[in-house]
Design a protein around this ligand. Structure first.
Ligand SMILES: Nc1ncnc2c1ncn2[C@@H]1O[C@H](COP(=O)(O)OP(=O)(O)OP(=O)(O)O)[C@@H](O)[C@H]1O
Length: 319
């Protein structure tokens, strides 16, 4: 990795009793495009708010381009768009771009900003007359006006239709290819897949996985093999080939593995006395939460309120 431009070292951030980030370390190098993937309440926005200096950690350190992000000098090269933004309704699109550009020594020209985001025809439209998707694209476009070295975007494509989403992804990829570092959050694997090479999965305030896209996709493709086995046999299940996780759910044991067929073959080959076999797909969220919950030293899946742990039905089976 090149010199880190964003660094979190053992960062914890609480809101009262809620631990939004729990001992998180992350290092992002110059020019990387990193996707932060995680369910509602995972801690993604909190992480960005520490990097952009809006909040400070309760423990650990955060560095932006080598400095404390609360120093204005650290933020000079930062462009950011939060999840929700307000635009002055009576100003025209071009005027809003000019207003933001006025804060920078070498801003991107108005026409270039608007063209990049497919807003070229709307320069004279009042922002109050834009559609929700156009407003969102403009908000993201404004984060690039100052030609930032580091861009932080919190769910940039929420509420956009397919075309608008693609326009925005293209614009971000294009900007990053010029050497900028981009960190983007999303709930959706599809979004992260379209944008990022490196994926950081966040859940319950922890980094659950930090890997390249193919590795994360492989995890997402994990299958759940459910079997009923005597408790005395459970230890053997961990040793089966390809098994990522073993957990008890009600009367059955769930094995998480990329290749369910191989697991079933191994169960038979090793003469494991199982019954009531069932194979199911695992959602991305299930895959990652299963990897970390219920194992020693791992965070509880329900550790942070709103963290959307795998819901359980009365018989203990996830829905
Ligand atoms: N200002 C706040 N006061 C109290 N709790 C908060 C506050 N902001 C966030 N939280 C809590 O901290 C945890 C992490 O929230 P955060 O917004 O960082 O998650 P997120 O991954 O960005 O979620 P989403 O995808 O829904 O935006 C959640 O449990 C949330 O309820």
């Amino acid at each position: 990795m090149t010199a880190p431009v964003v660094e979190l070292d053992r960062v914890t951030r609480r809101y009262g009793e809620v631990v939004a980030l729990d001992d998180v370390s992350l290092s992002v190098g110059e020019g990387e495009l990193v996707g932060l993937l995680g369910p509602n309440g995972a801690g993604k926005s909190t992480l960005l708010s520490l990097v952009n200096g809006v909040r400070r950690p309760d423990a650990g350190t955060v560095r932006l381009m080598g400095r404390d992000p609360r120093e204005p000098a650290a933020r000079a090269g930062l462009g950011t768009t939060p999840q929700e933004t307000g635009l002055p309704a009576t100003l025209r699109v071009g005027e809003v771009v000019d207003l933001v550009a006025g804060h920078y020594a070498d801003p991107m020209p108005r026409g270039e900003v608007l063209e990049r985001f497919g807003l070229g025809d709307l320069a004279r439209r009042q922002t109050g007359g834009l559609s929700g998707g156009q407003r969102r694209r403009l908000a993201v476009a404004l984060s690039l006006v100052g030609r930032p070295r580091v861009v932080l975007l919190d769910e940039p494509t929420t509420g956009l239709d397919v075309d608008a989403r693609h326009t925005l992804w293209d614009a971000l990829r294009d900007y990053q290819s010029g050497g900028a570092t981009v960190i983007v959050t999303s709930h959706y694997l599809e979004e992260i897949e379209a944008l990022a090479r490196r994926v950081v999965v966040v859940g319950s305030g922890r980094v659950l996985a930090d890997d390249d896209l193919p590795a994360v996709l492989a995890m997402a493709a994990a299958r759940r093999v459910l079997v009923e086995v005597p408790e005395s046999e459970e230890a053997r299940l961990h040793a089966l080939p390809g098994v990522l996780d073993v957990r008890r759910e009600g009367r059955r044991t769930v094995l998480l593995a990329p290749d369910a067929d191989a697991v079933v073959r191994a169960l038979v080959r090793d003469d494991v006395p199982f019954r009531d076999l069932e194979v199911r797909g695992a959602s991305l969220e299930e895959a990652f939460l299963a990897l970390t919950s219920g194992t020693p030293g791992a965070p509880a899946a329900s550790g942070a309120p709103g963290a959307a742990p795998t819901p359980a039905t009365t018989d203990g089976e996830p829905r």
